[in-house]
Design a protein around this ligand. Structure first.
Ligand SMILES: [Zn+2]
Length: 433
């Protein structure tokens, strides 16, 4: 008798009915009714719905420790008055590790198995991901101004190079180059990043065209729109992932299409920081590759992709006054398959030959009953507490809501301890101000 690594028994696959899913070497190797085989591990799927897990394509996970500070400020005030001073005071390998653990815990609980992260001390994030069994594309933010990580652009780039080399041969985590944005990186820095990306064959992950003021600043400095500016530097390709892209003009959409640039849409962060609404239905009509991200948990304020997906669909329906602007199936594809495929991972579909990145949803909660249209109801009504089981690359990370790779109590204890330290610092600041 055949033997698989993992067998999911009698789960309901929307559009297909009740099936068994057999997994070997991290991939879905067989999918049909009644697979008679042995397996190292069996998950009982009866009564649950199988969906692909989520790919959160833009975030700064360690910022989970700063969640809730400086609410109700626009982006530049929030960064300059709150976030950058706090990061200057607190960011360290220990901070990043504790923040990454909290973020990864939240992501597994909410069904995410891949995230693209940009922050400091990413080795710590990588270690947390390997222990937790979750995928991530990780990069150090590269800037023109000094931080605790480096003093000059060249130092940042060297740091990024050695980090990339340290991850060689890893299969869950991979290095990415993360120049922060065209307004925080000079043309010279961006060109050097591009050269390194070509030399080491890496993806680039960058913020572009997030706010109107950023667009004006780039126009003043370089006489071009942000995307045209990047194009003039030879920076853009199909291995570049641009977060936000709220304010693109017609000519920029053409460049993005021609170069095959990927977009990480972050609707909740753009709403909360009052940055604007990216015209995603226009981008979809133009054939652009759209993925979804939460952005950092301090500007969202969570890492919940179910909620992000629902917000995206409803936001664009409302803005365009077109109920079909982004339908449920498109939302789901943007939050899953489009994310994975943007970084060359064959996942995001439950089909033979795809990576086994799967969630099981328990539809027994009142807000999911009665169940007529599983895809629409998961997109518009499901909550992360309905996610019962999470599987990444064939490994079970959560089953019946119980975490298999993370000590939840310890992670929450540690996060609260950091919270107390940061709160007393904020109290002292207010006292002295
Ligand atoms: Zn961001």
């Amino acid at each position: 008798m055949e033997k698989y690594d993992l067998l999911i028994k009698e789960v309901t696959l929307p559009g297909r009915g009740r099936v068994d899913i057999a997994v070997s070497d991290g991939k879905i190797s067989r999918l049909r009714e009644n697979i008679e085989a042995e397996a190292d591990y069996t998950v009982e799927g009866r009564g649950k719905l199988a969906f692909p897990s989520f790919a959160n394509m833009h975030t700064h996970v360690p910022m989970s420790l700063l969640r809730g500070i400086g609410a109700d400020l626009p982006l530049m005030d929030w960064l300059q008055r709150v976030i950058w001073p706090l990061e200057g005071e607190f960011v360290s390998p220990e901070f990043v590790r504790a923040g990454a653990k909290l973020g990864v815990l939240e992501m597994i609980r909410s069904g995410t198995t891949l995230f693209m992260d940009m922050y400091f001390f990413e080795e710590e994030v990588g270690q947390v991901c390997k222990e937790a069994g979750i995928r991530a594309g990780l990069g150090f933010g590269i800037l023109d101004f000094p931080t605790k990580v480096a003093k000059t652009p060249d130092e940042y780039i060297e740091r990024a190079r050695s980090f990339a080399q340290s991850l060689k041969g890893e299969d869950l985590v991979f290095p990415v180059l993360c120049p922060h944005a065209p307004y925080t990186c000079s043309p010279d820095t961006l060109k050097k990043v591009k050269e390194l990306a070509q030399e080491l064959d890496l993806y680039i992950h960058i913020h572009v065209s997030e706010t109107k003021s950023e667009v004006e600043r780039i126009r003043e400095e370089y006489g071009k729109t942000p995307v045209s500016h990047l194009e003039s530097l030879g920076f853009l390709s199909d291995k570049v992932l641009c977060a936000h892209m709220v304010w693109l003009e017609e000519e920029e959409i053409d460049i993005v299409k021609e170069r095959g640039v990927k977009i990480a849409h972050c609707p909740e962060s753009n709403l909360k920081l009052a940055s604007g609404v990216a015209p995603i239905p226009d981008y979809l009509r133009a054939g652009l590759h759209i993925t979804l991200g939460t952005d950092g948990p301090a500007s969202n304020d969570n890492l919940d992709m179910l909620e992000e997906m629902s917000t995206m669909a409803k936001l664009h329906k409302g803005v365009s006054m077109d109920a079909k602007a982004i339908d449920a199936g498109t939302s789901l594809r943007i939050a899953t398959e489009n994310g994975f495929s943007a970084v060359g991972i064959k996942a995001g579909r439950i089909e033979e030959g795809y990576e086994a990145d799967i969630i099981l949803i328990d539809p027994q909660s009142p807000h999911l009953q009665p169940l007529y249209d599983p895809v629409a109801q998961v997109v518009y009504s499901a909550q992360s507490s309905d996610i019962d089981t999470v599987i990444c690359r064939g490994k079970v990370l959560m089953e019946k809501r119980e975490l298999k790779t993370i000590d939840e109590e310890e992670v929450l204890y540690e996060a609260k301890r950091w919270g107390e330290r940061i709160s007393s610092y904020l109290d002292r600041l207010q006292g002295s101000g």
